[in-house]
Design a protein around this ligand. Sequence first.
Ligand SMILES: [Zn+2]
Length: 210
Amino acid sequence: MSVDMQYYRHCVQSLVQVGSDLYHRGWSPATSSNYSLRVDANHCAITVSGKHKGALTADDIMLVDLDGRPCMDKKPSAETALHVWLYRRYPQVGAVLHTHSQTATILTRLKGGDRLRLQGYELQKAFAGVATHEGELALPVFENSQDIAALASEVDAWLAEHDNPWAYLIRGHGIYAWGETLDDCMRHLEALEYLLACELEVLRIKGVNA
Ligand SMILES: [Zn+2]
């Protein structure tokens, strides 16, 4: 089946806009981060490698298949595997945003452990399927790695054993968030950034060892 290029171009424009938005929030400094949108059952649009996310143009986005193979003569993001594995695992997922905020970077370095546990925050309800602040939102934290294929399979093995968390963290690195639509994904990312900022502020007040 051929790709609907008109829809692809719509995705490209959305990703250009989201790059500007996330850069100006301070969540995608330098040339870090990468963003993608599902185009169809077998393809996604994703940012190319190494571009400044505050100044993306349509040329900085490309089509890849869900095995991460380029469908255009461009170089996809180094972390493409982390995106396409999410689309393969969750057929309903339409958007993946990966950011490198200072808050996520510092908090995952300060706090050890393989889960970030959030409890008692009203905004936990921003995550799809969460109806109350009373439960615990326990997001996985993976150790950073330059071996993206190994990291992607580690993440996927974790996801296979748990309910969809809609986001995970990589220590000293950043956040992966996803959603059925770009708006859903942005809501998850924005809520998580807010919750992480709250947690970091609590540590600042109470001290890391309190
Ligand atoms: Zn990254």
